[in-house]
Design a protein around this ligand. Sequence first.
Ligand SMILES: NC(=O)c1ccc[n+]([C@@H]2O[C@H](COP(=O)([O-])OP(=O)(O)OC[C@H]3O[C@@H](n4cnc5c(N)ncnc54)[C@H](O)[C@@H]3O)[C@@H](O)[C@H]2O)c1
Length: 439
Amino acid sequence: MSAKAQQPADLLVAKAADRTALIGVVGLGYVGLPLALEFVRAGYRVVGFDVKSATVEALNQGRSHIQDVPVQSLAAAVRAGTFAATSDLSRLKEPDVISICVPTPLSKTKDPDVSYVLAATNSVKQTLRRGQLVVLESTTYPGTTRELMLPALESTGLNVGKDFFLAFSPERVDPGNPAWNTRNTPKVVGGITPECLRVAVAIYQPAIERLVAVSSTEAAELVKILENTFRSVNIGLVNEMAIVCDKLGVDVWEVIDAAATKPFGFMKFTPGPGVGGHCIPLDPHYLAWKMRTLNYRTRFIELAGEINAEMPEYWVGCVVDRLNEQGRAARGSRLLVVGVAYKKDIDDVRESPALDVIRLLQRRGAAVSYHDPHVPRLKDEDIDLASLPLTSESLAAADCVIIVTDHSDVDYALVERCARQVVDTRNALAAVRRRREEP
Ligand SMILES: NC(=O)c1ccc[n+]([C@@H]2O[C@H](COP(=O)([O-])OP(=O)(O)OC[C@H]3O[C@@H](n4cnc5c(N)ncnc54)[C@H](O)[C@@H]3O)[C@@H](O)[C@H]2O)c1
């Protein structure tokens, strides 16, 4: 090896080329586990770190808790010794690369809660050594990597860009999406220094089909927030359009589908019960908070957030109207919610608008049950329900059925046939009607 190749940056680039770099992934959830297995697929050996010992134990037995990570590929990696999980964070000194994929939730007052990022950074700091690359993947406000992580890591006496490397690379995984996954979704990377960027790109290149380098960690942090703010604002717009159309007596779906025939300058978004998951309802607030510290109010973010958050109330109003048409009150009515995950074909109920819909209906005195093929049990604070089978009896027993999530494996023809009243927040019955009208 030449003298140049002895430098930490060149050594890491060389270890990427021959895959001898040991990769550490901190936080083995929806983001960390698929990423870990992409590194394995690329030929690296991976150690996964998680503070939940039950998660670690299950993973080491080849059991995946993430729907998008097939048990077979996890089990094969565990058997081959290319993936192992641990909750022993002192082992963070072993990997050459540490990807941090811990949660970034909001506090009760909707301020960023970076406590998980700080805790993970602190663990990395305890054992930071020359030649390590640290990459933050968690979605966060611009400045987190440089303002929070860098000072902590440099307090060890090691210098960024020379002794160790620090980058931000936002995860874009879309759970349940059969076409786009961690590997084939282009990945944005920004480094604290050009050397940090060079090393991070070299390490990720074998695992990810296309890397998009940007000039700073702040730019990379903002890319992710722009993407999710873009979605939040556009969903807010079509949600408002749904209310507008309702008041005008126009079918919003017909309007959107016709608008979407324009081959340029229009992008189709669809209305629904609100937004859920740990990205769209949360991420824009990270930027809004950061901008408040600079005395700037991000009005688009606030407005879209308000409209999206009010959608459950709007749909509950529609349910009450339907009950009224039958001469019934909400109090004492029997209601069936179809789909409680925050979006179709996944089992994640975090921030799901279905939770708000159920609570709002229960508060009005209705007896609410639900069916979701992906969520056998729904537990969230005061809600504790089990999924009912979707049968002609369970449908007919409900005074109104509310379709909140349009999972693919639900028999919507049965819903249409057997339900007395349906409030369809996703236009899921349209396909049934189209099929019926086909010659
Ligand atoms: N879920 C998504 O679809 C998605 C998509 C893109 C980006 N993100 C972002 O990625 C980040 C992670 O999200 P997620 O959905 O994977 O979260 P998750 O809750 O599914 O997983 C996070 C894991 O980190 C572990 N953890 C927490 N603190 C830790 C610590 N100090 N050390 C080690 N492990 C720790 C938790 O036990 C958990 O298993 C968040 O910032 C999120 O906003 C999520």
